[in-house]
Design a protein around this ligand. Structure first.
Ligand code: GFB
Length: 320
């Protein structure tokens, strides 16, 4: 295993839920040579600014946790922004890394890269084997392009650029905005507000039938450090795969998830379903046997992770 402790690591997107968890994990694991830039200091969609930053800083390792992200409605509403911003961010970071001899990239994507109706659990090989889910097609296409950039910078230039595909993530620093968030932070906020305002019911989106897999973001951060330290492009691409799935390998229906969140928060009223909102993909359970056999496994069970996230929400987001 290569010693990366003194390497200069640039975490792109360090203020987001994923980037901030990676920063915490790096610091906890003794990494000290970390560089970051906030959005106001560096707009990653601007190629010349990104290249200037790389020429000045010459990061040795780059972790691409910068992205435009959101839940099902945000993906479906801001379709142009989701494809444009993500394509620009990743193309600029990956190409600038190549130009400046960055030793390694870990590029982060999402389980929505897989076809809508792919067999379950989703194996890495199922990429590009069928049609994508319409609501998040722009985001998925951008993330697939990121995977393919890494793969082909390896194939043409020999760059050690690899990709991680996490399942649906949640945890501290998540977005709790009810219109643009993912389901878990939305449920935490809805049930919390219903409890404090003594409402008799909470409305959730869709039928409640879709199945989703969830991973606590600090577990994902450990997986990224594991991949940085132990997985190289040649191991991955020579296996015939382009990325590693990162998840818990367990899923739950949205209605069961809503019941679990209601129970943790202590909401005793009714759950209603807004059928005008989309369900999205019926199921996207990752096959995580590959990363498990290589040496990483998730630690935080869903119930514990929701409790930790609710505690964070109470401390940080509640104004009343
Ligand atoms: O988390 P979520 O927005 O994203 O929605 P996806 C998951 C499921 O929860 C969908 C339902 O079936 C939603 O209809 N749901 C129920 C809710 N109530 C709510 C609510 O109040 N808010 C939200 N947001 N959902 C995203 C992709 O898909 O997953 C992204 O659009 C990305 O591209 C991300 O891949 C991980 O799992 O459907």
């Amino acid at each position: 295993m290569m010693n990366y402790k003194n390497k200069k690591i640039y975490v792109a997107g360090h203020n987001g839920m994923v980037g901030s968890a990676i920063m915490r994990a790096l610091q906890k694991n003794g990494y000290e040579n970390l560089i970051t830039k906030s959005f106001t200091e560096l707009d990653l969609r601007r190629q010349s600014d990104v290249e200037k930053f790389f020429r000045q800083e010459k990061p040795e390792i780059v972790i691409v946790a910068a992205a435009k992200v959101g839940g099902i409605l945000a993906n479906n509403t801001y379709r142009a922004e989701f494809i444009y911003d993500n394509l620009m961010i990743e193309a600029n970071l990956i190409h600038a890394s190549y130009l400046n001899n960055t030793e390694k990239i870990i590029f982060l994507g999402s389980s929505c890269i897989y076809p809508k109706l792919a067999p379950q659990p989703l194996k890495e090989e199922y990429l590009l084997s069928g049609y994508l889910e319409f609501t998040n097609e722009p985001y998925a296409i951008a993330k697939i392009a990121g995977i393919k950039l890494c793969e082909n910078y390896f194939r043409q230039y020999g760059c050690n650029f690899i990709s991680a595909m996490p399942t649906n993530l949640y945890g501290p620093n998540d977005n709790f905005d009810l219109q643009t968030s993912h389901v878990l932070p939305a449920l935490i906020r809805k049930f919390h507000e219903a409890k404090t305002q003594e409402l008799s019911s909470v409305t959730i989106w869709g039928t409640g039938k879709p199945l989703r897999e969830f991973l606590y973001v600090d577990d994902l951060a450990e997986a990224i450090i594991f991949m940085m330290e132990s997985i190289d492009a040649k191991n991955l691409y020579n296996l015939g795969i382009t990325h590693l799935n990162v998840g818990s390998g367990k899923d739950i229906s949205i209605s069961d998830l809503a019941n679990l969140v209601a129970q943790i928060i202590g909401f005793k009223g009714k759950i209603e379903y807004d059928l005008s909102k989309p369900d999205g993909t019926p199921r996207k359970l990752m096959d995580v046997s590959r990363i498990n056999s290589l040496g990483w496994k998730y630690k935080t069970e869903l119930e514990e992770g929701i409790k930790l996230t609710y505690e964070w929400f109470l401390k940080n987001s509640v104004k009343n």
